[in-house]
Each structure stands twice: as structure tokens, then as C-alpha cells.
Design a protein around this ligand. Structure first.
Ligand code: ADP
Length: 186
């Protein structure tokens, strides 16, 4: 896919939120978030794309981390990516909605922002976690993603000043824009 392009940008307090369409591995941000699995040893989808673009050193570092629980996040270097870091967050597998999926998805966004803040990172890009192989309903995921990011920006002064939702389809970008508009933003 080509260079990501900006679909929508808005200011929320001191931060800028961008909705972009394209390949997250091409973004020039301080960290990109990976929709990883609990092994952290690579997979398909965005995880495969990130490992291919970062090179084999990323897998070598991931092997030292001992996996990651669902809803949590761990940070590595970005190796051959433009991004200096990758934050690996493990989204929930959708199984009908009564297994805490909403809370676990929100926790991914919250924990990734907390890690970025702890490392002093000024910009962070998220893919639409769990909406691929993990089959989370995309509109519901977009509402949780945008709602959690907006409330984290409001809650903590050390959050990254630029947060990107890097969507991989026009439909996904529209869902994220609509969710922000529904919150009275955008
Ligand atoms: P999960 O297992 O968490 O569902 P997937 O990688 O299967 O993770 O999908 C998560 C989202 O990432 C999907 O919306 C998918 O379309 C999107 N995606 C896949 N490749 C890329 C990429 N290179 N850049 C950004 N988003 C991507």
C-alpha cells in the first residue's frame, strides 16, 4: 500500500488526533502500536507487516519478553522502521461480547498510551486492534478506540501530543471519523 494519507485531523485540548489511511509501517512517528498475539512471536495481518518491515532483530527482541497478556502492552525498538519503537498490544479475540472484550480492547489503548508516556514519546500510531483475524466488530472497536484515546488525552498531561488512528480501509477510516463526530468532536 502507498504512503498513508490523512483523512481527518482534529485538536483535542493540547493534542492532535489524526485519522490516516494506509500502511502503519510507513508512518514517521515515535512509536507504532502492533496488534500482537500473546506469544509476541509474530503472526499475520499488521503484526506480519510490522515484523517484515522492522527486520529479524524485532523478533529476536520479542523472544526475550516472555509474551504478553491480553489487554496489556510491551515496548521494543523499531529497528528498520522509521518509528523508533514498537508497542506490542494484545487485543481480545471477539467471542460474542460477554467475555470482557470491550474492557480488554480499551485496556490496550490505555496501556499503550501509558507506555508511550513513560518513554516520553511525542507521537503514537494505532492500527484498528482486534478488527482483523480477532473479528471484533469494527464499528464497536472504533468507538472504543477513539473514546479511550480521547479520555486518556484528557486524563494525563504526559500523553503523546499526536495520536494517529492508522486505518487500513476507507470503511475503517469512516468508522473512526464517525465515532469522533458522535463524541461531539471532529
Ligand atoms: P487482530 O489479530 O488484532 O485482529 P489483524 O492484524 O488481523 O489483528 O488486524 C487488525 C487491523 O489491522 C485490521 O483492521 C487490518 O485491516 C489492519 N491492518 C492489516 N495490515 C495493516 C497495516 N500494514 N497497516 C495498518 N493496518 C493494518
Amino acid at each position: 500500500m502507498n504512503e498513508p494519507r490523512r483523512i481527518h485531523a482534529l485538536e483535542v485540548g493540547p493534542a492532535v488526533l489524526d485519522i490516516m489511511l494506509g500502511d502503519i509501517t510507513r508512518l514517521d512517528v515515535h512509536a507504532i502500536v502492533n496488534a500482537a498475539n500473546r506469544s509476541l512471536l509474530g503472526g499475520g495481518g499488521v503484526d506480519g507487516a510490522i515484523h517484515r518491515a522492522a527486520g529479524p532483530e524485532l523478533l529476536a527482541e520479542c523472544r526475550t519478553l516472555g509474551g504478553c497478556a491480553t489487554g496489556e502492552a510491551k515496548i521494543t525498538a523499531g529497528y528498520r522502521l522509521k518509528a523508533r519503537h514498537v508497542i506490542h498490544a494484545v487485543g481480545p479475540i471477539w467471542s460474542g461480547g460477554d467475555r470482557n472484550e470491550d474492557q480488554l480492547l480499551a485496556a490496550c489503548y490505555r496501556n499503550a498510551i501509558a507506555l508511550a508516556a513513560r518513554h516520553g514519546l511525542a507521537s503514537l500510531a494505532f492500527p484498528a486492534i482486534s478488527t482483523g483475524v480477532y473479528a471484533f466488530p469494527p464499528a464497536r472497536a472504533a468507538r472504543i478506540a477513539t473514546g479511550t484515546v480521547v479520555s486518556e488525552i484528557a486524563a494525563r498531561a504526559d500523553a503523546p501530543g499526536r495520536i494517529v488512528f492508522c486505518c487500513f480501509s476507507e470503511e475503517s477510516a469512516r468508522l473512526h471519523s464517525d465515532a469522533l463526530i458522535d463524541f461531539g468532536l471532529g
